[in-house]
Design a protein around this ligand. Structure first.
Ligand code: NAD
Ligand code: WQD
Length: 346
């Protein structure tokens, strides 16, 4: 198949490109590089020994999207492109609504124009809000606690309405839990600009000595050790979930929704311990107040994806920590040459 991967230079997109190329799919990437670097795609080519086409293009520019569809007969789109920082979405909601919603509408309009009606969308466990019980199945009620999460809910609703208006669309909504880790080569991984917002990249930078200590956001949650519990999933398992979704999308057809998680929750303290073991470094930490908007615990019921897609996560907590550490050590400044260049970019 020939796939258009929007946001393919980003963290999850680049790992998915590797697995798509490994399955001999043709890959076209569209990315505006607002939160990524073209170097990730050079690494994807290096890892797979295969090539892909890259368009530096913005979903906010319909002509730029249309140019890609005019050049290639696309079979399906995997739509990763979007802004994803929860805190930033609270301070600049319009930027998030414009980029994520308008960007998606532009993409869907161009797809309609070119009669390409197969799409896999990156949704998130954030659409479950603060769940009433665990594990979370796809039927749980949906809500949003911040503008970022609201963009995911709104795009899900747009895609559902689109499907109801025209049943020839095939749409997969994949709700990711907490992606972490990196490709085992250590050549691609998560490369946050500035100080990381998320737990695992933050721990990795503490282990490198770039940040003095981790702040643990609360130890008074209703969890075994009081710290937050999440369903951390290795990014390569997540990438393989996309590969497994494609044949289902084209044979089963219609609108489908799957949780992509492991079904297992780990606490913040367990993640610290796992990372200390993988890196051989002590991770200094201090317990501070809860982070506003955080929930106590969240993990998936992944049974539906297993049954329908024949997919399940297979990598362990040790793999997640080891692969993150390997990537971080091999690329102390991510894809940029120097810390100075990284700061200037930011
Ligand atoms: P990322 O920031 O690494 O990748 C997103 C990519 O989209 C970046 O390369 C960015 O440059 C690109 N992009 C953003 N706006 C664009 C635009 N207007 N036009 C073209 N390209 C644009 O993020 P990621 O972690 O790889 O996430 C990928 C998708 O998965 C996102 O939609 C995100 O919301 C979703 N998701 C991520 C997580 C997570 O924790 N990482 C969890 C659940 C869902
Ligand atoms: C995990 C746990 C924190 C940082 C976010 C988005 C969600 C989804 C995935 C996109 C929590 C604790 C964290 C730190 C800490 N993204 N923590 N100190 O919040 O579960 O999910 O990313 O869809 O929408 O909200 O992930 O990695 O930020 O936090 O103690 O410095 O680690 O309180 O319990 P989160 P996270």
């Amino acid at each position: 198949m020939k796939l258009l991967v929007t946001g393919g230079a980003g963290y999850i997109g680049s790992h998915t490109c590797v697995e798509l190329l490994n399955e001999n799919h043709d890959v076209v990437v569209l990315d505006n590089l607002s939160n990524s670097s073209e170097e990730s795609l050079n690494r994807v080519k290096q890892i797979t020994g295969k090539s892909l086409e890259f368009y530096k293009a913005d979903l906010l520019n319909k002509q730029q999207i249309a140019a890609v569809f005019a050049d290639h007969k696309i079979d399906a789109v995997i739509h990763f492109a979007g802004l994803k920082a929860v805190g930033e979405s609270v301070s600049t909601p319009l930027k998030y609504f414009h980029n994520n919603i308008t960007g998606t509408l532009n993409l869907l309009e161009v797809m309609t124009e070119f009669n390409v009606k197969n799409i896999v969308f990156s949704s998130s466990a954030t659409v479950y809000g603060d769940p009433a019980s665990l594990p979370i199945t796809e039927e749980f009620p949906l809500s949003a606690t911040n503008p970022y999460g609201r963009t995911k809910l709104m795009i899900e609703a747009i895609l559902k309405d689109l499907y109801h208006s025209d049943k020839s669309w095939n749409i997969a909504l994949l709700r990711y839990f907490n992606p972490v880790g990196a490709h085992q080569s250590g050549d691609i991984g998560e490369d946050p600009l500035g100080i990381p917002n998320n737990l695992v990249p933050y721990i990795a930078q503490v282990a490198m000595g770039f940040l003095p200590r981790l702040s643990v956001f609360g130890n008074d949650y209703d969890t075994p050790d009081g710290t937050g519990v999440r369903d951390f999933i290795h990014v390569v398992d997540l990438a393989l979930g996309h590969v497994k979704t494609l044949p289902k999308l084209l044979t089963h057809k219609g609108l489908m929704i799957y949780n992509l998680g492991t079904g297992q929750g780990y606490s913040v303290l367990e993640m610290i311990k796992g990372f200390e073991k993988a890196s051989g470094k002590k991770i200094p930490y201090k317990v501070v107040d809860r982070r506003p908007g955080d929930i106590g615990a969240c993990w998936a019921d992944p049974a539906k994806a297993k049954k329908a897609l024949g997919w399940e996560a297979s990598k362990t907590l040790a793999d997640m920590c080891q692969d993150t550490w390997n990537w971080q050590k091999k690329n102390p400044n991510g894809y940029r040459q120097s810390i100075k260049e990284k700061r200037e970019h930011h």
